[in-house]
Write a protein that binds this ligand. Structure first.
Ligand code: AGP
Length: 610
């Protein structure tokens, strides 16, 4: 979950690398560092700090390094506390080799013991320094040979970017189950953990795959396989949508992305349905009609917010398309011995397309012969290159660590996929057209919720002092309750728990009291009266209730202490207006509590380690 960046060329490598690193800061921000050459002597110069990139920038301004080759990293700590010693880059004992790393070396302890016995002197607690010391200990004048001998000894997922004093204008890169992109410019080259940090500076990139090695010079990029045999990598063109990577007039990326949702939902829907036939038209499935008709069961794999979206999709697919669905958390599923029956279609959901657990689970399922559909927001990400088909969310770069616009686009894309599968089976045209009539006003309905932001902010202020919350929902609103709770947890550090409302009486209701309010997701019509009964149970125990509802049938006003009204829609889509209201609620509570909303403590945007 770290961000690594490299540059070699004629520009000021410190400035170029800092600019690139800032675009990767969402991947981790507990410490940062840079190393490089000034192009004359082979001496490796470096600077590293604990804290954010802005701290690194302050220190660099005092040093005036003047580098033309540089590598850098912004860290999310896996092994070793966030401090200056553990910050990247790390070095071999001689200080000749500098290395930055994203990922985990699982056998770092055994390697460290072996290297200490060989006389290596370690400074940090990190697994990364083990790699630097290992390659340094194997170096006998040929750096590629040292890398070639080191790779088989490394177990885990890693992207490495390295420099060595004997090669002052070259950068060496290795990727194994972690993303690493090489950007090719005019007499300059870049390396990055993801393509987004390169969009404004290059037009061509290549992605390093498992155990591939690159030697990057300003005027040449050579690529090799693990045996150091030369290979030719396909170069991809990147679109420069740099204008999207800015907060604009908003205080945080998170609130900007919440307010983008009418636009992003329109983008997710655009040109993906046919009103005359009442069905969806989805490019990118790479499955013909016969294959789609032969789908007997669906397995949805994801983590975090993406899992919540998949969970809502499961209700839709079973209700409307009558296809059995299994929804699995990737980090659990990857260690099962999955039973993949004929006719199994896998939907792997990941905003970043780089989540290690989901990628690992997908690789296992591919090995068992399953067809994989990716729902993803990042073109060219690892998951999209692994899957057989891909439905892009079209939500634009999501920088805020807590996922908002990607979630609502995931739900809409799953709704469209459900419509397609249902209409290919038993659903009639009129029913399909009715579903589309419900879908079309959705972006405007979300806009109506956003117009309630000031009132939601007032409510958030009133609830921001509580340290514990329940979020309750039923059916499609149960995963929406999990998602609402996760938003509040992530950005305000409040203990918020999502639960199926009917489950409260089986134990959790013991926690209800005046200091533990309940957020009740009431906009699912099919189970509305059941929700009211559950809320009466909460009220009877003096629990404060904040309801999110689309109608006041049966006297909700007499039960809830506060109500956020959202536009009425069908049960399948109701989680979207409700979730936008809860995104705003979580944002304003976090803001009231003075939290670091775009970069919450302990988190990172892309979980590329397990
Ligand atoms: C969402 O707010 C969280 N930041 C996190 O749960 C995220 O959804 C999860 O890590 C999955 O990420 P992905 O969609 O990129 O795979």
């Amino acid at each position: 979950m770290c961000g690594i960046f490299g540059y070699v060329g004629n520009q000021d490598a410190v400035n170029v690398t800092l600019t690139g690193l800032k675009k990767l800061e969402y991947r981790g921000y507990d410490s940062a560092g840079i190393a490089g050459f000034n192009g004359v002597s082979g001496e490796v110069k470096y600077c590293k700090v604990v804290g954010k990139i802005s701290r690194l920038e302050e220190e660099l301004n005092k040093l005036d390094l003047h580098l033309n080759t540089a590598i850098a990293q912004t860290r999310w700590a896996t092994h070793g506390k966030p401090n200056e010693v553990n910050a990247h880059p790390h070095f071999d004992t001689s200080g000749s080799l500098a290395l930055v790393h994203n990922g985990i070396i699982e056998n770092h302890d055994a390697l460290r013991k072996m290297l200490v016995a060989k006389g290596c002197i370690f400074k940090s607690e990190t697994d990364t320094e083990v790699v630097a010391q290992l390659i340094g200990s194997l170096y006998e004048g040929d750096f590629l040979a040292a890398v070639q001998h080191a790779l088989p000894l490394l177990h885990g997922a890693y992207a490495l970017v390295m420099i060595h004093k004997d090669y002052p204008q070259q950068i060496f890169a290795v990727a194994s189950a972690a993303p690493l992109v090489v950007g090719i410019g005019e007499q300059e080259a870049f390396l990055s953990s993801d393509v987004m940090a390169l969009k404004a500076v290059v037009k061509e990139v290549l992605h390093l795959a498992n155990n591939e090695v690159a030697v990057v010079r300003a005027d040449q990029v050579e690529t090799f396989d693990a045996s150091m045999a030369k290979i030719v990598k396909t170069r991809e063109t990147v679109s420069s949508d740099a204008e999207e990577i800015s907060k604009g007039d908003f205080e945080h990326y998170t609130i900007k992305e919440i307010f983008e949702q009418p636009k992003t939902l329109n983008a997710a829907i655009a040109s993906r349905y046919n009103e005359d036939y009442g069905t969806a038209t989805l490019d990118g499935l790479h499955m013909d009609v016969t294959e789609l008709l032969n789908v007997q069961r669906i397995l949805i794999l994801a983590c975090g917010t993406s899992w919540h979206a998949g969970f809502i999709g499961a209700y839709m697919l079973e209700d409307l398309a009558r296809i059995p669905v299994q929804v699995e958390i990737s980090s659990e599923y990857r260690y099962k011995n999955p039973i993949v029956l004929p006719g199994t279609y896998v939907i792997a959901m990941s905003q970043s397309g780089e989540t290690a657990d989901t990628i690992a689970a997908v690789e296992e399922l591919k090995a068992k012969g399953a067809k994989i559909l990716a729902l993803c927001n990042v073109h060219g990400s690892t998951l999209t290159r692994l899957a057989d088909g891909c439905l892009y969310l079209r939500a634009g770069p999501e920088i805020g660590v807590c996922s908002t616009k990607a979630f609502t686009s995931q739900v809409v894309v799953l709704f469209l996929f459900t419509l397609l599968m249902a209409r290919m089976r038993h659903m009639g045209k009129a029913e399909g057209q009715a579903l589309l009539q419900a879908l079309k006003p959705l972006p405007d309905q979300v806009q109506q919720v956003l117009e309630e932001a000031n009132r939601i902010q007032q409510l958030a202020k009133d609830y921001s002092h509580y340290d514990n919350f329940f979020f309750l929902g039923r059916r499609h609103m149960y995963p929406a309750a999990l998602e609402g709770a996760l938003k509040l947890k992530e950005i305000s550090y409040i203990n918020a728990n999502g639960y199926p409302a009917g489950e409260m009486k089986h134990g959790p209701i013991a926690l209800i009291n005046e200091q533990c309010p309940t957020v009740a997701l009431c906009a699912n019509k099919a189970v509305y009266t059941k929700m009211l009964s559950n809320l009466m149970e909460v009220k009877a125990r003096n629990g404060r209730i904040l309801a999110v509802a689309s109608s006041d049938v049966d006297g909700l006003k007499d039960i809830a202490d506060d109500i956020i009204w959202v536009p009425e829609t069908i049960d399948e889509l109701a989680p979207i207006p409700t979730s936008v209201a809860l995104q705003l609620f979580a944002y304003f509570v976090a803001r009231e509590r003075g939290c670091d909303i775009d970069q919450p403590r302990n988190l990172a945007k892309s979980v590329t380690v397990e």
